[in-house]
Design a protein around this ligand. Structure first.
Ligand code: AHG
Ligand code: MN
Ligand code: MN
Length: 337
């Protein structure tokens, strides 16, 4: 059996970018190394009680770091050492991290990252993830600036996620389809396991935090009732599946078909999820896989961005399901879209 590693795949695909000098390929390789390190720590998370709780001092006299802090530091260190980006935006940092070192002086890219998504699941041994989004810088030289991140999702050069699940997988797109790689721990390499992922046009799974039901817009309340109705022809009722790790919910729906919704609520009138490092990269992947991503009315990737940690409602998944959910919003909550 022949195995194609992520490294081999990236080199092969480099010719898709005629003027590329390999910087993007090296950046993707940097991400994969940090991902392996984070995966190693995630897989030991259950041992924390034996080895020392987070926030306490471990037997080597070091403070045991929370995994989200650890993941953030690993990715930032990998990007600084790689020299391919001139700035980083992270969910864990209020401001951008500008980089201006000898090796980064010709850096063409900036990267936005959610280093650990689904962090409420860390302590209970449930899948978590990392999300990343890469843009070409708009500033001319030196350290990257905030303006480099104020680009629309349609300007993304590449985006992806890593899921630390029953297997560790890296899924990414450079705008020419979506490919998934599974980490083979015995050789320490991500191997191409899901070439050219296409999401089904419709599925029978809906993923939403129904505990917020009372605070949902009428369009969502009515759509949820539609999902729960009996209808043989359209395979309803759909199944409700919600892990609370966006990457895990969205990865499952990508493979099997389904819809993930994090709408506005009366408590969070802009939604919860962040446009730059959660919604835009996930939207890029889903669109590249034949799915859709919207606010319930507008295409996510065309939204203007004015703030680093800007929030937006998100409707993401199989195209026909997103269309139907949007129709409910148009009919019952047109004031909100
Ligand atoms: P993060 O852990 O990076 O803060 O993101 C969690 C996100 C998303 O992954 C998940 O689907 C959603 O928030 C869960 O939110 P609720 O607990 O409000 O449902
Ligand atoms: Mn997140
Ligand atoms: Mn996070």
């Amino acid at each position: 059996m022949s195995v194609k590693t992520l490294g081999q795949f990236i080199i092969e695909k480099q010719t898709d970018f005629p003027f590329s000098k390999g910087e993007l390929s090296r950046l993707l390789a940097d991400i994969s190394i940090a991902a392996k390190i984070v995966n190693r720590e995630v897989s030991k998370a259950g041992l924390v009680d034996i080895l020392g709780e987070t926030g306490k001092v471990n037997i080597q006299g070091e403070r045991v770091k929370k995994l989200d802090v650890f993941a953030n530091e690993q990715f930032i260190a990998a990007f600084k050492a790689g020299g391919e980006v001139c700035a980083i935006a992270s969910e864990e940092n209020d401001d951008i991290i500008s980089i201006n070192t000898d090796i980064s002086k010709n850096a063409k890219y900036v990267i936005a990252i959610d280093p650990l998504d689904g962090s409420s699941n860390i302590d209970v041994n449930v899948s978590i993830g990392t999300i990343f989004s890469i843009y070409r810088r708009v500033s001319l030289k030196g350290a990257g600036v905030l303006e480099d991140f104020m680009q629309r999702g349609t300007d993304q050069v590449a985006a992806g996620y890593i899921i630390y699940g029953s297997s560790c997988m890296l899924v990414y797109t450079t705008g020419k389809g979506v490919n998934g790689f599974t980490l083979d721990p015995s050789i320490g390499e991500f191997c191409l396991s899901h070439p050219n992922i296409q999401t089904p046009k419709k599925g029978n799974v809906y993923s939403i935090n129904e505990g917020n039901y009372l605070h949902f817009p009428d369009g969502i309340k009515k759509y949820l009732k539609f999902c729960q109705e009996e209808d043989e022809l359209s395979n309803r009722p759909y199944s409700s599946r919600y892990i609370g790790s966006g990457v895990a919910d969205i990865h499952r729906n990508l493979i099997t078909g389904g819809i993930y919704i994090y709408p506005t609520t009366t408590k969070s009138p802009n939604g919860k999820l962040r446009l730059l490092y959660e919604c835009n990269p996930l939207a890029f992947i889903l669109e590249q896989a034949g799915g859709k991503a919207s606010t319930g009315g507008k295409r996510i990737m065309e939204l203007p961005i004015t703030e680093l940690h800007q929030r937006t409602p998100l409707f993401l998944g199989s195209s026909e399901m997103v269309d139907v959910a949007q129709d409910f919003m148009t009919k019952y909550s047109s004031d909100l879209i």
